[in-house]
Design a protein around this ligand. Structure first.
Ligand code: NAI
Length: 308
């Protein structure tokens, strides 16, 4: 199984690293426009093989898409990240041009591939990739919900003082500081609703921390985060390549689901070898429905910027 990651920066290289050491794919190609950069990252990762104990072949190329031929999955992380104080939305102009060109290039050599879009603003970049390539909607998946849900589970784990892996929780809606919707009502610890352990006030703080989870890290690091984003992409790629059919919140094209049309937005999906196998319906309460509708409006508004 072959994975190409376009953009060998912080997120792309971390994702390649996790895919390799977890043996998710047999081959990983990193591609970047910076001369020698992807080659360097690939070599560095390959030199972990003996100490980490993996057999994945990792290579790097500068802009040579022929080396990506026959990829089962292509991850697009190329583009600029946020700096402190920036919103994901402010990246739209530069990243739109990059994502469109990259998607066209990868399809020349991997016409059957599934594309995972990471570049921000991710919901809009996913929509752009879908519209510009004309691929069926199951083959374009935006990664945001996997990361936001992971951050949500982390903050819940800190509030509960219990391991994050024993906590189930999901974030749906747009992948933005004000548009994501941490579903506190449905979060559980070993099957027991967290509402039984945490007060409404604490839950609201957990949700608020989750929503600005990326911005908090950008403030601390001076650029956007990479460990959790890279691991979240690898988690998604694993479910595709190994047909795990995991339920993961992903940004996908909706046609009537959750009352929305003609946008890509975070909804619970079953992810397997065909990409999006199914969009799951969760019964939302009136408040959650209203938040989802507001989030969808914001995503739609951002997509309008693609027209200008
Ligand atoms: P980075 O700056 O470390 O890496 C980006 C890489 O893309 C650079 O190495 C650059 O040379 C390369 N690049 C730029 N144009 C290219 C092109 N046309 N072809 C090939 N490579 C090209 O940035 P980082 O931190 O890795 O973030 C990448 C993107 O992912 C950003 O847009 C960021 O906002 C987004 N992101 C999305 C997340 C999500 O949950 N969806 C989470 C974290 C970051």
């Amino acid at each position: 199984m072959k994975v190409t990651i376009v953009g060998a920066g912080n997120v792309g290289a971390t994702c390649a690293d996790v895919i390799s050491y977890r043996g998710i794919a047999s081959e990983v190609v990193l591609l970047d426009i910076k001369e020698g950069f992807a080659e360097g990252k690939a070599l560095d990762i390959m030199q972990c093989a003996t100490n980490t104990g993996f057999n994945t072949k990792v290579s790097g190329v500068t802009n040579d898409y022929s080396k990506t031929a026959g990829s089962d999955v292509v991850v697009i992380t190329s583009g600029i990240p946020r700096k402190p104080g920036m919103t994901r939305e402010e990246l739209i102009g530069i990243n739109a041009g990059i994502v469109k060109t990259v998607a066209e290039n990868v399809l020349k050599f991997s016409p059957d591939t599934i594309i995972v879009v990471v570049s921000n603003p991710m919901d809009t970049m996913t929509y752009l990739a879908l519209k510009s390539t004309g691929l069926p909607k199951n083959r374009i998946i935006g990664m945001g919900g996997a990361l936001d849900s992971s951050r949500f589970r982390t903050y819940l784990s800190l509030a509960l003082d219990k391991p994050a892996n024993d906590i189930s929780a999901m974030v749906i809606g747009g992948h933005g500081d004000t548009t994501m919707i941490p579903l506190t009502r449905l979060a559980s610890y070993n099957g027991i609703p967290v509402t039984q352990f945490l007060s409404e006030e604490v839950l609201q703080k957990v949700a608020a921390d989750t929503m600005v989870g990326g911005a908090t890290l950008t403030g601390l690091l001076g650029t956007s985060a990479w460990y959790a984003p890279g691991a979240s992409v690898a988690f998604l790629v694993d479910s595709i390549l190994n047909d795990q059919k995991k339920m993961i919140a992903c940004s996908v094209f909706v046609e009537g689901e959750y009352g929305q049309n003609d946008i890509c937005i975070g909804v619970p999906c079953i992810i397997g070898k065909n990409g999006v196998e199914e969009i799951l319906h969760i019964e939302l309460n009136d408040q959650e429905k209203a938040l989802f509708a507001k989030s969808a409006d914001a995503v739609r508004g951002m997509n309008d910027a693609l027209k200008s």
